[in-house]
Design a binder for this molecule. Structure first.
Ligand code: NAD
Length: 462
């Protein structure tokens, strides 16, 4: 499950050789370690309104970043010789015509050669809606194309992501909105190492931000979370990251995985529940266990999933049915039971694992892609049911992640699949887990019905 090529092109004589041959050289990504600085190097804040018009939103972003202890600058010229920008935040909330995009985006362009390894570009903009004047909608939606393209131009493990203020947040600069602050912090941090080219819409001002650094360090303190498929792979890592962030974790997996499950549950000081999630009463049993053993249930992560790949021409119900049963039907049934119970804690969170196969499609995976696209449909339609509870449901769509599931892919196909994203490497289970922990946090209460890809920005497909 290790990417030997990534190691070779980043060390010793093979690094020099790869450089000489002009081979792709994926960077070693900066990943989260508690206590590390949020951003390494100065942060530049640019605004579309820097030339004449009001600068309120840009100023508000700068003030927020200063409060987080960042070294904030307002002018691309304010970089010492030899220094590199740790991050550039571009505030585009005030654009009204496509030409309004030029000054800030060209100023951003002038900084990209001096962006640090694993540096960050984050845009803040507004959603284009059908009721906008066409020029306004063009300008706002223009951010989408520019962000996704510039993210593909970044090198050295740097990423570009965007925060979009939804229509209900018109009239605010967004900075008092908990999920805007939380998304900005997530995208700036090393927790979003493999999230690239994504735009996340913040739809409401629900949620609460931690009041100090200790709070940001343990955002899930006091919460009880359930993770399905927690015996190994991504699920085991989700359990570890949720526990690191302060949650008590119930680890669920099938009885044959009982030993591995017990090890994970012990390591995170949580409890194990042996359960096949396709059981008719799986949702109720999860609730009974969480409430019975830990007093509450705040967070449900639907991670358990299986593949049975075959070309559709060769597919039979033996390979089709189990994939749909585990990956989507079980989740639908569990959600129904959880929501009908009235026993979820206030402001509950559901995060469900989709896949980029469910977005772009993947040869040999019609069954899997139907189930994972189904997860996205389910998340969007369940979101309005969660909102009255102050809750959210979101989908996370991983691309190529280094796990036992992807280790089964034939070697050559696996090598190619790893390189087909802007970061030219596979992600790690921890990258998916960090995104899930972010969406599960109280501060993410305004992000509901969204799909966040953790794919290093796949180059093909949508
Ligand atoms: P994995 O096969 O390593 O682990 C899945 C776990 O789910 C296993 O422990 C398994 O026992 C458990 N499980 C399967 N059926 C179950 C059932 N009926 N009840 C309870 N537990 C069950 O998979 P992974 O690579 O860690 O993937 C985790 C999730 O992420 C899956 O939903 C997968 O589809 C999704 N995903 C993975 C990748 C990737 O590159 N690895 C990419 C996109 C999406």
């Amino acid at each position: 499950m290790t990417d030997t090529y990534l190691k070779l092109v980043n060390a010793g004589s093979t690094k020099t050789l790869a450089k000489k041959l002009g081979l792709p050289r994926p960077a070693v990504l900066r990943r989260f370690v508690p206590g590390q600085p949020l951003v390494v190097g100065p942060t530049l804040v640019l605004g579309s309104a820097d030339h004449g018009a009001p600068r309120d939103a840009t100023d508000a972003v700068a003030r927020l970043l200063v409060a987080w202890g960042l070294d904030v600058r307002r002018d691309p010229a304010q970089l010492e010789d030899g220094a590199r920008w740790g991050a550039v935040v571009v505030v585009l909330t005030e654009v009204e015509t496509p030409t309004d995009l030029s000054s800030a985006l060209l100023a951003l362009g002038s900084t990209l050669r001096t962006l640090a390894p694993s540096g960050r570009v984050v845009t803040l903009s507004r959603a284009a809606t059908e009721s906008d004047v066409p020029a306004v909608a063009a300008a706002r939606h223009g951010v989408d194309g520019a962000l996704r393209s510039l993210a593909k131009e970044l090198r050295g493990g740097a990423t570009g992501n965007g925060i979009v203020l939804g229509p209900d947040l018109a009239g605010t600069d967004g900075l008092g909105v908990p999920s805007v602050a939380a998304a900005l912090r997530f995208f700036l941090s090393a927790k979003s190492a493999f999230v690239d080219g994504q735009l996340v819409t913040v739809g409401s001002s629900a949620g609460t931000v931690p009041s100090d650094d200790a709070g940001w360090g343990a955002p899930l303190a006091g919460k009880v979370a359930v993770v399905t498929g927690a015996a190994r792979g991504i699920g085991a890592q989700i359990a570890r990251v949720l526990a690191r962030d302060g949650a008590t974790v119930v680890c669920v997996d099938v009885p044959p995985a009982g030993d591995a499950l017990a090890k994970v549950a012990n390591a995170v000081r949580g409890t194990a529940l042996q359960l096949d999630i396709t059981a008719d009463d799986a949702g109720t049993r999860i609730l009974d266990h969480a409430v019975g053993r830990h007093g509450r249930l705040d967070i449900v992560v639907h991670n358990a999933g299986i593949t049975r790949d075959k070309l559709l021409a060769n597919m039979t119900s033996d390979t089709w049915d189990p994939v749909l049963a585990v990956n989507i039907t079980a989740q639908l049934r569990m959600n129904e039971q959880l929501l009908a119970s009235g026993r979820l804690a206030d402001a509950p969170r559901i995060v469900s694992l989709a896949s980029t196969s469910g977005i772009a499609g993947n040869r040999g995976q019609t069954n899997y892609a139907a189930s994972k696209a189904g997860v996205i449909g389910m998340a969007r339609a369940t979101a309005p049911l969660m909102a009255p509870l102050g809750g959210t449901v979101n989908a996370v769509a991983p691309g190529f992640i280094e796990t036992e599931m992807t280790a089964k892919i034939p070697a050559v196909t696996r090598q190619v699949a790893r390189r087909l994203n802007a970061l030219q490497q596979g992600g790690l289970p921890v990258d998916v887990a960090e995104t899930i922990a972010f969406l599960a946090s109280p501060a993410a209460g305004g992000i509901n019905g969204e799909v966040v890809r953790v794919c290093g920005q796949n180059l093909v497909g949508r």
